[in-house]
Design a protein around this ligand. Sequence first.
Ligand code: 4NP
Length: 174
Amino acid sequence: MQPVTKLALREVSKEDPLKVCFVCLGNICRSPTAEGVFQHIVNRDGLSALVEVDSAGTAAYHVGEPANSKSRMIAEQNGVSLTSKARKFEYSDFDYFDLVIAMDKENLRDLQRLDRKSRHRDKIFLLRDFDPVPGDKEVPDPYYGGINGFELVFEIVMRSCESLLEVVRPHVNS
Ligand code: 4NP
């Protein structure tokens, strides 16, 4: 499958920025990495007034915790700071966010189950829907593995977020 290169998005302004929420299971490894990376490249490109970035988890195990120390270390080595505190994704988030971007297929299914009337299905994606490198569409869960898994997450997230920004850019140029 080809990556997604076009999105139907509303008109975005400084008064009403584009709102993007990245979602994984615990909100301590993958989605905080995606939040930090996307915020970093949004800032780099001078778009911070037009794009709001957040993350959340489908589970509540780690609510209130900072990002995993290995996730933070790899991000710092790449000039990205992860500042999120874990929270659970709530149904009301579907109303607030324009894009809800899941890290793996289980997260996607959990989000689709929460959106039981399919009112928000057009705003739910997998991050790797935007990945120019073909694969299984998942950002693999690094939680129980070694540092290599966290490095792989960062690499996939960085390249997918760069592509995501290119897809949203036509909608957020001031
Ligand atoms: P994340 O990783 O979904 O990328 O934040 C995980 C964090 C915690 C657990 C699983 C995955 N856990 O089972 O507690």
